[in-house]
Design a protein around this ligand. Structure first.
Ligand code: NAP
Ligand code: GDD
Length: 338
């Protein structure tokens, strides 16, 4: 571990989790290094509020271009940042999209992890840097047992899940082969007002806001019977940080233990603005998947025991928070209309 202020590197810092994690670590006094992709449009909206003038004194947030498909960019970054903690969150993270982009998903979501682990080894940082891998409940696929925990067999049923399964195993392999402090956080679904708009919860709350403001009439969804264990992203990034402070590197499930259907989420979200979801939601078969994970619900007892972690924001409060934020957004959108 290096002297002085702790240094964290976050890949995927521009994503939902990356933005909450950067906030948390900066608030705790860390120096934070973030890998961002070169895009044709700005992609830093979720972290713009954390921006610091790079010429000011005592800058603690450093952003560098790179890509997890470009090993040289990863090596350069870890050599410059010399992190004590690495949070590897970058991924092609959309399950349905992974059926249309299986090869890209394997490259980014699977091989990206081993490229970063190798960059740390090549830079001579394998023993200094603790490594967090953004693993997922999608590893379990349509599991035969419920709830799922650390002993549940890994049997993914999407190209995304298969790529994450490779990443899971390569992290464990590097831990055992090279003695790295490298862990898999097996996180169940977690959401917020910063969630990407094509994931079902945000798709619903965004539509609720727009429908309430008269900007949209209908919401098209796929499988309403799917059940997920939905928590709040702000709570889940705390678990990530705790996993890297633990005395031993241990893979852990992070979940609420509560199972809700897409239908229940939609009903509650529409109810928040006084609307009946059934008058606005229609099924569109384009949102059905070639293979569906019908139900996921996690048992996070081990994380509670080892880390003292527990989720704070309840399901109803999460839905309310997301709807309220998207209603405010839709009102601003409506105000800009001629
Ligand atoms: P997200 O919002 O989709 O963010 C993904 C991040 O990865 C973005 O910053 C994205 O950059 C970056 N990225 C994508 N391709 C990249 C590439 N080739 N090189 C470098 N960066 C790349 O995902 P999230 O919800 O924050 O989730 C964070 C991580 O946790 C992901 O690995 C996800 O698979 C995993 N996970 C999420 C959940 C969940 O419920 N949210 C549950 C379990 C596991 P751009 O902004 O430029 O697109
Ligand atoms: N995206 C989406 N869009 N999903 C829909 C829709 C729709 O219109 N209608 C129904 N669903 C159903 C999906 O079929 C799925 O069963 C469920 O809603 C949740 O879909 P997503 O919100 O896309 O999330 P996910 O569970 O597939 O994947 C998310 O959680 C994983 C953890 O279990 C992602 O964040 C992954 O990156 C993460 O690993």
């Amino acid at each position: 571990m290096s002297e002085g202020r702790r240094r964290a590197l976050i890949t995927g810092i521009t994503g939902q989790d990356g933005s909450f994690l950067a906030e948390l670590l900066l608030a705790r006094g860390y120096e934070v290094w973030g890998l961002i992709r070169k895009a044709s449009l700005f992609n830093t909206q979720r972290i713009d509020h954390l921006y610091q003038d790079p010429h000011a004194k005592d800058v603690r947030l450093h952003l560098r271009y790179g890509d997890v498909t470009d090993g040289a960019s990863l090596l350069r970054l870890v050599q410059e940042a010399r992190p004590d903690e690495v949070y590897h969150l970058a991924a092609q993270s959309h399950v349905q999209a992974s059926f249309q982009l299986p090869e890209l998903t394997a490259e980014v979501t699977g091989l990206g992890t081993v490229r970063l682990l190798e960059a740390l080894r090549q830079a001579g940082l394998a023993q200094q840097a603790r490594f967090y891998q953004a693993s997922t409940s999608e590893l379990f696929g349509d599991a035969a047992t419920s709830p799922q925990d650390e002993e549940t067999p890994i049997r993914p049923c999407s190209p995304y899940g298969a790529a994450k399964a490779y990443a899971f195993h390569i992290v464990r392999t590097y831990r055992e082969a090279y003695g790295m402090f490298a862990v898999n956080g097996i996180l169940f679904n977690h959401e917020s007002e910063r969630r990407g708009e094509t994931f079902v919860t945000r798709k619903i709350t965004r539509a609720v806001g727009r429908i309430a403001c008269g900007l949209q009439e209908r919401l098209y969804l796929g499988n309403l019977d799917a059940e997920r264990d939905w928590g709040f992203a702000g709570d889940y990034v705390e678990a990530m940080a705790l996993m890297l402070q633990a005395p031993e590197p241990v893979d852990l499930v992070i979940a609420t233990g509560q199972r809700r259907s897409v239908r229940e989420f939609a009903a509650l979200a529409f109810e928040r603005v006084g609307l009946d979801w059934e008058e606005h939601v229609e099924i569109d078969p384009r949102y059905l998947r070639p293979a569906e994970v019908n139900t996921l619900v996690g048992d996070a007892s081990r994380a509670r025991e080892l880390l003292g972690w527990r989720p704070r924001l309840e399901f109803e409060a999460l839905v309310a928070r997301m709807v309220d934020a998207d209603l405010a957004l839709a009102r601003r959108e409506a105000a800009l209309r001629p």
